[in-house]
Design a protein around this ligand. Structure first.
Ligand code: S3P
Length: 173
């Protein structure tokens, strides 16, 4: 299954492996990689936690602007933040850019990965596990609706996920 537009677009919950898998794909395919979090941080010259400190809405505006700034005519790997699917206009843009791939993982696996992962401002709450559970419940259907293709990454290495994506899209190195 391949779309007319050439990008591989990765979506999914925090901790699902989008950044690592995106790096592997871009390296192996020698395609440019665009990461909306990196674009936002660069544009505002602030870290993601610093931007969140100015308000989540401020971050979401910058995130949508970053997505709009990505050109859609060449092959590329596009890595998104976990909340990109919250805005329908973002989802429309993702589909213009390419094939939208949801890196799924079970709730239990995500809890485990996030407990030992990088600092994430949305999880800086009194009960991060409960916050993850609530966000997971809210967002599951949004990822499902947005995805052209879903891959359950729960028991896979990042390299296996990258290979599975290339296999599904019939893209060889
Ligand atoms: C967010 C996920 C983060 C980052 C920001 C908000 C979210 O990206 O965009 O902290 O709303 O799920 P990752 O999915 O790469 O952690």
């Amino acid at each position: 299954m391949q779309k007319e537009h050439p990008a591989i677009v990765l979506i999914g919950f925090m901790g699902c492996g989008k950044s690592s898998v995106g790096r592997l794909l871009a390296r192996d395919l020698r395609w440019p990689r665009y990461d909306t979090d990196e674009l936002v941080a660069k544009e505002l010259a602030l870290s993601i936690p610093e931007i969140f400190a100015l308000g989540e809405e401020y971050f979401r505006e910058a995130e949508s602007a970053a997505l709009t700034s990505i050109g859609g005519t060449n092959p590329a790997v596009i890595v998104t933040g976990g909340g990109i699917v919250l805005r329908p206009e973002n989802v429309r843009r993702l589909h213009e850019l390419g094939t939208v791939i949801w890196l799924q993982a079970t709730h239990a696996v995500l809890q485990e990965r996030l407990a030992r992962g990088k600092y994430r401002p949305l999880l800086d709450t009194a009960d991060p596990a409960a916050t993850i559970a609530a966000l997971f419940a809210q967002r599951h259907a949004l990822y499902q609706e947005a995805a052209d293709l879903a891959i359950d990454t729960s028991a896979m290495s990042h390299q296996e996920v990258a290979q599975a994506i290339r296999h599904e899209l019939r893209i060889s190195c």
